[in-house]
Design a protein around this ligand. Structure first.
Ligand SMILES: Cc1cc2nc3c(=O)[nH]c(=O)nc-3n(C[C@H](O)[C@H](O)[C@H](O)COP(=O)(O)OP(=O)(O)OC[C@H]3O[C@@H](n4cnc5c(N)ncnc54)[C@H](O)[C@@H]3O)c2cc1C
Length: 316
């Protein structure tokens, strides 16, 4: 028996700060938004303990608690928040088709993509252990650097973002040891020179992490290996930052939406519009620069307003 096709005015894909902010604005504009939360309800912030930089929480708040509050706010205005994963889209026609769990088909007048991005990690069991424990492993220097004020930290990575994060940390932390796998940076010359000229950044080339070291309270350092000499040594540190890139969750859209070389959705400058009329993007799915909850929320607002204006223009 085939399931009836549902018609929706505004479909929001993803339940991070971008998706919930879009939902609040869309719901208050009578767009009856339907949101699918995906496999990570609440998004990336549900994996962190302390959020201290989102305006409005002077004492800070845990990531999961903040996302519960955003969900409650979106539901207060009757956003229909559902469990489910968008497995396929077809944006080739006037009506945007979306499939949930390879089964249910929805026809949408507007779609807001807020599927975020996932930080890449090394994949070492010890790294994952302290990441899950909330004990000193992080993929976001801007988010977590402050917790390591005047302490020694390690940062893994060799690209522009890694250099930027190392430089950011160097202003807060006592010392940053940067582990670079090859014998050179992947970063642009200007970024590499900047870290090389920073007194409290030590760069170890040809160096891999063997294990993240720690105790019951969190990270205490890392065992590293020089790939050329084979020599292993332990570096003391209370924070272990991984800056080896992010993967935007955009694979299902690549046939229809313009993506950049890394997979981020390309928006029309200064708007949340994509190359497809009626399809909008917000949050980390289109942002390789800022990647913060507040910027995700801000662009979520833009996406809902752009969608509302698109519908108003269509309805004449
Ligand atoms: C450990 C950690 C700590 C952080 N700390 C801070 C901090 O202190 N302050 C700060 O400002 N930022 C912080 N950030 C960054 C912040 O979490 C992100 O910038 C923000 O969450 C991005 O929001 P988003 O809504 O774009 O996407 P996300 O939060 O990534 O949410 C994406 C959503 O899309 C859903 N989804 C993906 N694919 C599909 C699909 N096919 N179908 C349906 N749903 C889908 C997921 O289930 C998820 O709900 C941190 C990030 C991490 C990883």
């Amino acid at each position: 028996m085939s399931v009836a096709i549902e018609k929706v005015k505004c479909l929001i894909i993803g339940s991070g700060p971008a998706g919930y902010t879009a939902a609040i604005y869309a719901a208050r504009a009578n767009m009856n938004p339907v949101m699918y939360m995906g496999s990570q309800p609440g998004g990336q912030l549900t994996t962190t303990n302390e959020v201290e930089n989102f305006p409005g929480y002077p004492e800070g708040i845990t990531g999961p608690a903040m996302m519960e509050e955003l969900k409650a706010q979106a539901e207060r205005f009757e956003t229909d928040v559902r469990e489910g994963w968008v497995t396929k889209v077809d944006f080739s026609g006037d009506v945007h088709k979306v499939w949930i769990n390879d089964d249910k088909e929805i026809h949408c007048e507007t779609v807001i993509v807020s599927t975020g991005a996932s930080a890449k990690y090394l994949g070492l069991p010890s790294e994952q252990k302290y990441l899950k424990m909330g004990g000193g492993v992080s993929a976001c220097a801007v988010c977590d650097g402050f917790f390591y004020k005047n302490q020694e930290v390690i940062l893994v990575g060799a690209g522009d973002s890694a250099c930027e994060e190392a430089h950011y940390l160097s202003k807060i932390c006592k010392k940053v040891t940067m582990l670079v796998r090859r014998d050179e940076f992947r970063a642009s010359k200007i970024m590499a020179t900047r870290v090389q000229n920073t007194e409290n950044i030590e760069i170890l080339f040809n160096t891999e992490t063997v294990e993240v070291l720690g105790d019951d309270y969190g990270v205490t350092g890392a065992r590293v290996k020089n790939k050329v000499t084979g020599e292993e040594k332990d570096i003391p540190a209370t924070g272990f930052f991984v800056a080896i890139g992010h993967k935007p969750n955009t694979d299902i859209f690549k046939e229809y939406l313009t993506l950049d070389e890394t997979g981020y959705i390309v928006n029309v400058c200064g708007t949340a519009k994509t190359n497809v009329e009626g399809v909008f993007v917000c949050g980390d799915a289109a942002d390789h620069v800022y990647r913060q909850a507040i910027t995700a929320a801000g662009t979520g607002c833009m996406a809902a307003l752009d969608a509302e204006r698109y519908l108003a223009a269509k309805e004449g």
